[in-house]
Each structure stands twice: as C-alpha cells, then as structure tokens.
Design a protein around this ligand. Structure first.
Ligand code: PSV
Ligand code: MN
Length: 391
C-alpha cells in the first residue's frame, strides 16, 4: 500500500478544516407525506443556533451557521449574532427564499411580470440588510424558477429577465459581499429549470462579476453525473464558491453526506485537495444542506461532519507525487491503485487522535449522547411551535 507518509501535513490540513451548518437542519422536516415532530426540536432561530453550537462543541470544526430568510427572521439580528457568539459560533451565509410566496407561482427573478421580479429583487435587498446586521459576507441564491410544460414560458426571455434581476441584486450588495448562485436540475419545476446546471450558473456569475460564485449542491445532479469533474472545472475558473453537501439515492434526498456514496465524496474531496482548495483562504465554503427526517438531528449533523472529515483525511492521504508519475507513465492500474490505497485507509484512529489533541472526545457522537443535551432540551422545550423546514 502506498499513501502520503507526511502525517504532520495531513493533521495540519485537517486541523484547519471547517464546515458550515444549516439552521434548517435542526428543525423538523419530512416529505410531502409527513413531517414528524421530535421532542426538543427548536422553536425559534435562537434554539436552532444553540443546537448547531452543540455540533461545534463536539466536533470542533463547525464554527458557522447559515440562516434562511424568512425562516430565521428575528426582530433583532444583533441579538441573534450575540447569542451565537455566546454559544461559540457565528452567523454566516444568508439564504434567500424564492419558493414560498404565492406571487412566485410562475417564477420570481424570471417572472414575466416586472412587478413580481422587482418584489424578488427587493427580497434580496432585505437579505443584504440581514447580512449587514449579522456580519455575514455571503448571500446564497437558489432559484426554484422553471416551467412544467413545453411552451409554458419563453426559455430565452426568462434567462434575460434573470440576468437583469441578478444584476440588480448584485448591485445592491456591499463590496466585501459575495453572491453564491446555486443550480439544481429539476424540482419544483419538472420540464425546464432556469438555473439547471453549473454551466448556466457560471455564465450568470461571469456576467455579474468577480464576487459571484457557483454553489454546488451534491444532490442537484442527474444520476451518474461526474460531480468531481464539475468541482475541478469550477476550481480551474476560480468560481467554486461553496458546497451544499448531502447525499442522494434518487432525487434531491438531502440525506446525510457520505451516507449514499462515500466514494463519491472522497473523489470530490480529492479534487479539492489536489487543487489546494481545502485551505481556509481558498474561498470555498464547505456547507451542509441536509434534512433529518427520521434520525436525531444534532447527531445527524455530527455524523455528516465526521463523514466529510473522513473523506478529507483520505484525500489527504493520496500520494500525489506517485500518482502524478503513474499518470504520466500511462500506468492505469498503478494510478488507480494509488487512489484506492488512500480511499481504503481507515482514518478513524487518526481523526480520533486529532480531536483528542484539541481537547475533544475522540468519539463525538458518544460524547454528545453522554452529555444529556437531548433529554435536557426535550424537557425544556415544551409548548410553542416546533420549527419546520418551510416555516
Ligand atoms: C434547494 O433544494 C436547496 O438545496 C437550496 O439550497 C435551498 O435553499 C435549500 O435546499 C433549502 O433546504
Ligand atoms: Mn442546497
């Protein structure tokens, strides 16, 4: 077996890694058939942030929380930011919402009606205000717009309206703000989505300017898509702004990252490491975008973070000089074997050691379970309305 033997550099890279958590992962979620409640589910953004902080407390690598507006609307964002700081985390990416207003039935930033497009642009101005109040530097837009039937809308006009609307949103942002533009191949629209792929997202980002970057949600591709190729290509262009990590078996399942296809996650992290994009100043924000329908939510987030760490550690174990030599020599099986040597390494002892070296328990899930937090909040959080995806 041949792997990278520079253990110190592997540990140093892992020590610097961070993952951002989504506030909505801590609320209830489900399918269109049923949303199950869970004792102790947060009832407001403050409680969601407290739960997110638990993940950071036990993994040590999740110091940031993304918010979704209006789901996380509060009257005093300064107070929410202070609450986060008190819990040892900070508020980060602000996600806009263009999919839950009746006016957006036929589109938001792409609507044929200029008044509705203006309303969608104004929503982003509101999100930028939230960014100023929370200190967030990134605005994330996922566009649900699209059409269900051929002929229903003018594909080209919708792109033009989108470009115009996005330019207005971008113009309203501060010079140190970044716009993160997410793509998704289908759902809620079934025939044609207005930003269905990385190419469309990239074209809009290029038209907007340097501070517009693409978000790659791992669940937003057709089955069989080579996601690591997209990662490599966006990195080459300096336009990979962020990941929304999750797993999919069929559609946009939003399951725990690394659960469906740990080898794919490794291949993605392999491109990241190969391009030097793991470094904190690389401009790539590694985020989770998941829902925990049936598993305990905080533990689900901890497991996901551990899966990302394991894939990263394996990617760091690739013997890159040996791999480059094998690739150049046309040694097909040798090169493939080098990748598989890293992938098949058991990195769990290394990660446990890393955690212990920063004063954490080597087993974050067991330590969290032993902390009694879940039963404490189940008793404390009675009454009120449990937060839910979409509320
Ligand atoms: C859309 O499916 C998406 O991936 C976007 O990132 C949304 O903001 C998020 O999910 C909400 O769950
Ligand atoms: Mn997403």
């Amino acid at each position: 077996m041949t792997i990278n033997s520079d253990r110190a550099s592997v540990i140093a890279a892992l020590r610097d890694q961070t993952v951002e958590l989504p506030s909505w992962a801590f609320g209830n979620s489900g399918t269109r058939f049923k949303v199950f409640g869970t004792p102790g589910t947060p009832r407001d953004p403050f409680e969601k942030v407290s739960d997110a902080a638990q993940v950071h407390r036990f993994t040590g690598i999740t110091p940031r929380v993304s918010l979704h507006i209006p789901w996380d609307k509060v009257s005093d964002y300064g107070k929410l930011a202070e609450h986060a700081a008190g819990e040892g985390v900070r508020l980060s990416v602000i996600n806009s919402n263009l999919f839950q207003d009746d006016d957006y039935k036929f589109g938001s930033l792409t609507n044929a009606d200029p008044a509705i497009r203006a309303k969608a642009v104004a929503h982003h101005a509101e999100c930028v205000e939230v960014m100023r109040a929370t200190g967030s530097k990134e605005l994330k837009i996922w566009l649900p717009d699209g059409i269900n039937y051929p002929g229903q809308g003018d594909l080209r006009a919708r792109q033009d309206w989108l470009a115009e609307s996005l330019a207005q949103v971008y113009a309203g942002m501060d010079p140190d703000h970044r716009l993160l533009l997410e793509y998704k191949f289908f759902e809620p629209a079934f025939y044609a989505t207005d930003i269905p792929d990385w190419g469309t997202s990239l074209l809009h980002c290029l038209a907007l300017g340097e501070r517009a970057k693409v978000v790659l949600d791992t669940g937003h591709h057709a089955p069989g898509t080579n996601i690591e190729f997209i990662v490599m290509q966006l990195l080459r262009q300096g336009r990979l702004g962020a990941f929304d990590f999750n797993s999919r078996f069929y559609a946009d399942d939003d399951l725990m990252v690394g659960a469906a296809d740990p080898f794919q996650l490794f291949r993605v992290m392999n491109e990241i490491v190969a391009a030097g994009a793991l470094a904190p100043d690389s401009g790539v924000n590694f985020m989770l975008d998941q829902c925990h329908n049936v598993e305990p939510k905080i533990q689900g987030q901890i497991r996901s973070v551990m899966n990302v760490q394991e894939a990263t550690a394996k990617a760091l174990l690739v013997d890159r000089p040996a791999l480059a030599a094998a690739q150049r020599a046309g040694d097909v099986l040798g090169a493939h074997g080098l990748l598989m040597d890293a992938y098949n390494s058991d990195v769990r002892p290394l990660l446990a050691e890393l955690r212990q070296s920063i004063g954490l328990d080597g087993d974050p899930i067991a330590a969290f379970q032993a902390s009694g937090y879940e039963s404490k909040v189940a008793v404390a959080r009675v009454g009120g309305v449990q937060a839910s995806w979409g509320a």
